[in-house]
Design a protein around this ligand. Structure first.
Ligand code: HEC
Ligand code: HEC
Ligand code: HEC
Ligand code: HEC
Ligand code: HEC
Ligand code: HEC
Ligand code: HEC
Length: 665
């Protein structure tokens, strides 16, 4: 008899990665028309449609970092070095990573050694390269239809291979989902399939014209029909020319992407809703941690650093609705986004400074640099005032600090001064919005805790806000912090009893109904029933209902399906579970938890050799998969003690001795 104990059906609940996951258009004064491509009638047509008539812009743009931001994994687009590469070793997980080309296909291999034996060897074919290579090349692979990051990055500035940013802390191996938030900053306007996190219906290659000019269908149609505007005198309202926008909306275009923090969507908005000409804070608010002192900054943080500068603040005081290149100061005073910084003459940058800081102008009270001319030898304004710097979030990369100030300038008298990471965080602040509501701040705190930094401080702040907002409200129905947010908060605290109380007692039918199609809430309630009251068996069948709701709300999210079918399997509802599992595996064959559930189904059906095959597939994905225990038990049952022993030896260094104690070899 096989002891059920060892055919472990995993409760992978805690492992679902969170990486999933209003003001309307720009309201210009009534007299002024707005850009006509802000509305839904205009659609995205892609960069090829612009090429024919604007070949000059196209030719230089495709050579920029933005133009080359995302590609298929082909040799021509890789900036990485493949000669004499030493495998990258992750000490924490005892895994090696190695990149190689086989004919025209790029692979990343993951392996583990035990003595001289390679006891784990997984390789995945890379489908996409993200990063032009100005700083890095990171790599994506595709499981069936699902897009994931692979655990190896090439850092071009130092010419080295290493784990991707963040993986040195927590190596998610091949399991980091690439979602719409990520891709909406790194390429032309993408679109995911309904009900999925990382299955893309549209995934253009490279950031394109329409990310700064807005959807082009109207413009292309009108120009093709010969409707031409004299743009020297008039504005062509069929497409956005950023230079015609007020300075604030101009900065919003760039900081849609050049400001990466905790980007919290406004209710009902998505990451694909922003169009040039809109206020960014009508779509999402960006929260950054507030550090005490002068702290290091994130790589995609140019917009925040630049806006801290006195130059920026003092030049953009007047009319929010205007941009005058001779008065105002935005990114495009220095950058022509159609031409790479690599091909831009440094004079352009310095001339911009001198345009305001010189004896003959009254644009700045500070006419000249206070550092003596002799001290400035061989250096230019931007060399010292926009020095190249490390970043807080990305290793082996340096960028230019866009905070122009006296305190950050390179001073030859004190050349060692560097900006260091200050450890004390005091909270979060909204970068692109002046007065976020408490409900919005609450959302920012709980998601920051979950996605970026599990520091208890953030949950404390959330608790403070909840107490404050709760003071004048009796039940969640009237609270400004709604049911969904409160359940999310309790979920982060793993307070499952509180979730059930909220759901069953505090909420009314309308509120519950409104969240029926909210996959994450359904999931969190399911977990609460599943984990919160293990002693009451009846709760599992309740959990099953909610897991199913979660999955039905997001049918292409196999993590929800895995939890749902896992609960079915645990309740011995094998016949229900099996076809669902097979369906999930049909569009994502390498989902470890689904494979574990399927292995169990075959075991329960007494199809032992099939169970063995499936468990081996799971083990091939993850050397520390729970499948190993099921396999040891199954091999013992079918009398293959040799194989069982080999797996036992493999598991010894890391497995819980309590589990291993059941066998002796
Ligand atoms: C059939 C030719 C044609 C195509 C295709 C075309 N354009 Fe244009 N575009 C023009 C002409 C001609 C002008 C200048 C006259 C005008 O705006 O009517 C222009 C002007 C512009 C302007 C300046 C508008 C202003 O007010 O200063 C922008 C920005 C622009 N195009 C972007 C694009 C983008 C982005 C695409 C691709 C989605 C595109 N164009 C496709 C012909 C075209
Ligand atoms: C809010 C927008 C935003 C989000 C979200 C975002 N990034 Fe970025 N990322 C940027 C910007 C902007 C840069 C470029 C900064 C620079 O060049 O100084 C960048 C830089 C990079 C680079 C280096 C590119 C190079 O060679 O210069 C890689 C690789 C990268 N990001 C990957 C990712 C991945 C993977 C995700 C999602 C899991 C992600 N980013 C999420 C905006 C974003
Ligand atoms: C990163 C943002 C960005 C991207 C991407 C971008 N542009 Fe522009 N574009 C601008 C800005 C900013 C201006 C105004 C520049 C100025 O005049 O100072 C502009 C101006 C223009 C103009 C009108 C001004 C002129 O010089 O005639 C045209 C036409 C244009 N862009 C076409 C394109 C095309 C075609 C592409 C894609 C191949 C493209 N742009 C990609 C930001 C962008
Ligand atoms: C759709 C997101 C997005 C928007 C909008 C955007 N950027 Fe970028 N930008 C990026 C990313 C991502 C990179 C890094 C790409 C890479 O190197 O792989 C980048 C790179 C750059 C670079 C360095 C690359 C080079 O070759 O010059 C400059 C400069 C830049 N952006 C300026 C701007 C300015 C100015 C604006 C606003 C007019 C803007 N960007 C709007 C995402 C964006
Ligand atoms: C005062 C001029 C100036 C302004 C304004 C400015 N930049 Fe830059 N930017 C620079 C210089 C100088 C570099 C470094 C160019 C080089 O590599 O030589 C640079 C580089 C960059 C890069 C490439 C990565 C890096 O840091 O080396 C990005 C991305 C970028 N800028 C984005 C922006 C954005 C977004 C804005 C507006 C929020 C902006 N810049 C405003 C001068 C400026
Ligand atoms: C559009 C005009 C404009 C441009 C361009 C400009 N500045 Fe400024 N800058 C100002 C104004 C205005 C102030 C605020 C003090 C004042 O009123 O004179 C200022 C302040 C400063 C300060 C003092 C900040 C502090 O810490 O107190 C420095 C340093 C500075 N600028 C350097 C530069 C450098 C270097 C560049 C080019 C990279 C530059 N500025 C570009 C307008 C400008
Ligand atoms: C060798 C590095 C270096 C170079 C080159 C340099 N600066 Fe400075 N700059 C500094 C430092 C350091 C300070 C702060 C000195 C202090 O604290 O008094 C400063 C101060 C300033 C100030 C503040 C003046 C005040 O009265 O408060 C301005 C404005 C400024 N620089 C502009 C410029 C401009 C414009 C250029 C290019 C023409 C330039 N700097 C070139 C290092 C430099």
């Amino acid at each position: 008899m096989i002891s059920n104990r060892h055919l472990i059906v995993i409760m992978a609940i805690a492992s679902i990665s969170v990486v999933v996951g209003s003001l309307l258009q720009c309201k210009s004064p009534a007299a002024e028309p707005t850009f006509r491509n802000l509305g839904d009638s205009a659609t995205y047509v892609g960069i090829q449609a612009c090429k024919g008539c604007h070949s000059d812009k196209h030719a230089t743009f495709v050579e920029t970092g933005m133009g080359m931001s995302f590609h298929k994994a082909e040799k021509a687009y890789s900036k990485a070095n493949f000669l004499h590469v030493k495998p990258v070793y992750d000490k924490k997980l005892n895994l090696y990573y190695y990149p190689y080309w086989q004919n025209d296909a790029l692979y990343i291999q993951e392996f583990r050694l035990q003595g001289r034996d390679t006891i784990h060897n997984r390789r995945e074919k890379i489908t996409h390269i993200v990063g032009s290579g100005q700083h890095t090349n990171s790599h994506f692979w595709t499981d069936g239809e699902h897009l994931y990051q692979a655990p190896l990055t090439f850092y071009t500035q130092k010419g080295i291979w290493d784990l991707p940013p963040g993986y040195e802390e927590f190596n998610t191996r091949f399991n980091r989902k690439i979602d719409i938030e990520c891709m909406s900053c790194h390429t032309g306007m993408p679109q995911t399939k309904k009900g999925s996190v990382n299955v893309f219906e549209k995934l253009p290659l490279g950031i394109d014209c329409e990310r700064c000019h807005g959807p082009g269908s109207l413009h292309v149609q009108e120009k093709s029909n010969g409707i031409i505007v004299d743009t020297r005198k008039h504005t062509d309202w069929s497409i956005v020319n950023p230079k015609r926008l007020p300075w604030k909306l101009q900065v919003d275009i760039c900081q849609r992407c050049h400001l990466q923090g905790n980007n919290v969507l406004k209710p009902g908005k998505s990451f694909t809703d922003f169009r040039p000409g809109m206020h960014l804070d009508s779509i999402f608010t960006v929260y950054m941690p507030t550090y005490k002192g002068n702290a290091a900054f994130v790589m995609a943080g140019h917009a925040e650093r630049f806006q801290m500068s006195e130059c920026f603040k003092a030049s953009n005081t007047g009319d929010l609705n205007k941009y005058n290149a001779n008065i105002n100061f935005t990114c495009i005073n220095c950058h022509n986004p159609h031409v790479s910084v690599k091909k831009t003459n440094q004079d352009r940058f310095n001339q911009t400074c001198i345009g305001c800081h010189n004896a003959n102008t009254n644009k700045s009270k500070l006419k000249n640099c206070t550092l003596s001319a002799s001290m400035q030898e061989n250096k230019t304004c931007v060399n010292c005032h926009m020095p190249s710097s490390d970043t807080r979030d990305i290793p082996h990369v340096s960028i230019h600090d866009h905070y122009i100030s006296k305190s950050t300038a390179f001073n030859p008298k004190n050349p060692k001064k560097t900006i260091t990471q200050s450890s004390s965080v005091s909270g979060l602040h909204a970068v692109n919005s002046k007065n976020p509501s408490n409900a919005e701040l609450f959302q920012a705190y709980i998601t920051y805790f979950e996605k970026f930094d599990p520091n208890a401080l953030y949950m404390k702040e959330a608790q403070r806000l909840l107490a404050k907002e709760g003071e004048n409200t009796e039940s969640v129905s009237s609270a400004s912090i709604g049911l969904e947010a409160q359940i999310h908060y309790q979920y982060n605290q793993q307070a499952f009893g509180a979730i059930i109380a909220l759901w069953e007692n505090n909420a009314n039918d309308d509120q519950r109904e409104a969240l029926n199609a909210d996959a994450w809430t359904q999931y969190r309630v399911a977990v609460a029933y599943d984990k919160g009251t293990p002693e009451k068996l009846s709760q599992v069948s309740k959990a099953i209902q909610f897991y199913r709701n979660a999955w039905e709300a997001m049918p292409l999210n196999n993590d929800f399906l895995a939890e749902y079918t896992n609960a079915l399997v645990r309740s011995n509802r094998i016949e229900e579970a099996k076809p669902l599992i097979l369906k999930g595996l049909s569009h994502q064959p390498k989902h470890e938890e689904l494979l574990l559930n399927l292995g169990y189904c075959y075991y329960a059906e007494k199809q032992l050799s099939k169970a063995i095959t499936i468990y081996n597939q799971a083990l091939a994905l993850n050397p520390e998969s729970q499948a190993i225990f099921s396999l040891i038990e199954l091999y013992m049952t079918v009398g293959d003690k040799e194989k069982a022993k080999r797996l036992y030896e493999r598991a010894k260094p890391w497995a819980d001795p309590m589990i291993l104690r059941s066998w002796s070899f």
